[in-house]
Design a protein around this ligand. Structure first.
Ligand SMILES: [Zn+2]
Length: 68
């Protein structure tokens, strides 16, 4: 691989990394691990950006609650 090809490869990787970052920023969701208050199961939930109280239903027992 010559220098030009190496540079092109480096730029391609950089561009891909930036695109991945842009996607993450666009989604803007926060992943929260919440423990069910009824059965104690761990629930992985996604909250909108800036939202700290999220209503969800437990995946194990279906109990609705608010995660913080
Ligand atoms: Zn539960």
């Amino acid at each position: 691989m010559d220098k030009a090809a190496m540079r092109a490869e480096a730029e391609r990787l950089m561009r891909e990394a930036m695109e991945r970052k842009a996607v993450v920023v666009k989604q803007g969701d926060t992943r929260i691990m919440a423990t069910c208050g009824k059965c104690g199961a761990a629930n992985k939930i996604s909250a909108p950006r800036g939202e700290t109280r999220v209503k969800y239903a437990c995946k194990e027992c279906g109990h609705s609650q608010i995660a913080m």
